[in-house]
Design a protein around this ligand. Structure first.
Ligand code: NDP
Length: 241
């Protein structure tokens, strides 16, 4: 029986590429989304992957969504906590909502999702949790105290959860992508884009497939000895110790 994988924010952007990469690797994939109906509909019709709308920032709604996935696809073996938002602004101008929305969607979501799957994973003796953090959680970024705090928080969450579940066949790892060529990045003016690329030693932006490749590697049954780690996928833009 194929393993079941949940990808949060899995119907567009990097998440969509992760969903299709897992599908290609033989997983039954549940792609969650928060509210953008048109991309979700298009994604489903192009890939056949089942989509599930719920807010990962909401504990109860996440529980209901995960229960629905369990009924329709089976118990979840692999979770990719990919959903994320930005609400940028310098701290001296930041509104409390900018802070709390980013923490809820990027960080509390990891608790909300993991809490609802972890008991089942422990009972079954197998689980893979991959948390999509960011280079900006490792090094900080102007205008992103909220996002950098949430993404750094995901790294601590990853390590602690890895320790708690290491003896139960469950691995928990983080991926910290650098600049990835999503629609938003690709739409930047060419001159601005060239300046960004000049800071990346590999000499190009990352592709969503560079992140997805890492997820598929970590999700594998054979990756059971790799846990509590952070994988940078950033073309050497920032090399963390
Ligand atoms: P996008 O903005 O393209 O997509 C974000 C996804 O998250 C969407 O599918 C969106 O759903 C979903 N989402 C947002 N809020 C919620 C919510 N409350 N509940 C459920 N789903 C939600 O992001 P990217 O593909 O660019 O980024 C994916 C991840 O990678 C993020 O965590 C981001 O922080 C991280 N990252 C991205 C980098 C980049 O260069 N792009 C670099 C480093 C890290 P919907 O479609 O319904 O809106």
């Amino acid at each position: 029986m194929a393993r079941v994988a949940l990808v949060t924010g899995g119907t567009r952007g990097i998440g969509a590429t992760i969903s299709t990469a897992l599908q290609a690797a033989g997983y039954r994939v549940a792609a969650n989304y928060g509210g953008s109906e048109e991309p979700a509909r298009k994604f489903h019709s192009q890939t056949g992957i089942q989509t599930y709308k719920f807010s990962v920032a909401d504990y109860a709604a996440t529980g209901e969504g995960i229960a629905r996935i369990g009924k329709e696809l089976g118990p979840i073996d692999v979770v990719v906590n990919n959903a994320g938002i930005t609400r940028d602004g310098f701290l001296h101008r930041m509104k409390p909502e900018q802070w709390s929305e980013v923490i809820a969607t990027n960080l509390s979501s990891c608790f909300n999702v993991s809490r609802h799957v972890i008991e089942g994973m422990r009972e079954r003796g197998f689980g893979r949790i991959v948390n999509i953090s960011s280079i900006n959680g490792q090094k900080g970024q102007f205008g992103q105290t909220n996002y950098s705090a949430a993404k750094a928080g995901m790294l601590g969450f990853t390590r602690a959860l890895a320790l708690e579940n290491a003896s139960r066949g469950i691995t928990v790892n983080a991926i910290a992508p650098g600049y990835i060529k999503t629609e938003m990045v690709a739409a930047m003016p060419a001159e601005q884009l060239a300046k960004v690329v000049a800071t990346i030693p590999v000499g190009r932006l990352g592709e969503a497939s560079d992140v997805a490749r890492c997820v598929v590697f970590l999700a594998a049954d054979e990756a059971g000895f790799i846990t509590g780690a952070t994988f940078t996928v950033n073309g050497a833009q920032y090399i963390a110790a």
